[in-house]
Design a protein around this ligand. Sequence first.
Ligand SMILES: [Zn+2]
Ligand SMILES: [Zn+2]
Ligand SMILES: [Zn+2]
Ligand SMILES: [Zn+2]
Length: 299
Amino acid sequence: MRLTRLGMMKKNGKRTTMDHGTAKKTRSVKKVAKKTEAGLCTDQQQDVEEETTKMTYSIDSDSLECGICFLPFEDRVYMCKNGHAACGSCCVVMGRKCPSCNEPIGDIRCRPLEKVLAAMSAPCKFRASGCTETVGYTERRSHEASCPHAPCRCPFDGCTYLGLLLYNHILDEHATDAVVAMGSLRHRGITVTVHKSKPFHVVLHRGGTRVFLLLNGGDVLSGRSLSLVSVGPPPPANCELRYKIELAAVGPGQGELALSASGTVPCVRQLDVFEAKAFLFVPEAYWGSSGTVSVTVHI
Ligand SMILES: [Zn+2]
Ligand SMILES: [Zn+2]
Ligand SMILES: [Zn+2]
Ligand SMILES: [Zn+2]
């Protein structure tokens, strides 16, 4: 059996380049279960030699992206009867009408392209930081989002650190700007004095590895929005990072209530692409003349 595989490696810019037109034959041995006359599989296994032809081409990555959302195609690609292609989510968003010709789209799969995409693989783009995985084209986005080797950017203005050891970097370079919890962050929590003028406060747990930021969003009318984010890889699938932030009432007799919010901690690699979807609104009156509030964080 001959199998042709397109390899792809990304270089700077959008265009992907490889040793143009080279083809390399490799031999691989695959074990397949031997079928009985009744069509059932037996425990006997037979070695079957396969010859794999690996071909490398130069390809413009635009042609592997959905023309509507400009994201790389994932495993399913659809096309209208005139052959215009779109990803599944765009078919839904466009009301199952092709934006180029108005014909219905979303029923016919573009299988030849799906087949090519399924055969393409490339090393993870975080290879330089230690990832050794070869990732299929259609899994690339989800792998890169959760790759434990993806570097994180330091959130402090003017600092250029980008790496895997952000926790250590913060302790080495920005210790005076970090609040470090000594006890259990979950049960005892830690109290942070939030300054109105500071866009975030770093919260660390002594002996931990995660960097948490208590964000102070200034984009809400007559108050501030507080939220929590972790700069780092997402936690393993079976474990959830939960948080709770609490704000004590300002003082008796003033009519203000204690405020609190809880949820799942979002994880990002860099702060500038993050937009909080949930936050605790702290009205102007809570900030007092000092421009600070005292917030207890549990994670
Ligand atoms: Zn799309
Ligand atoms: Zn069309
Ligand atoms: Zn990776
Ligand atoms: Zn830094």
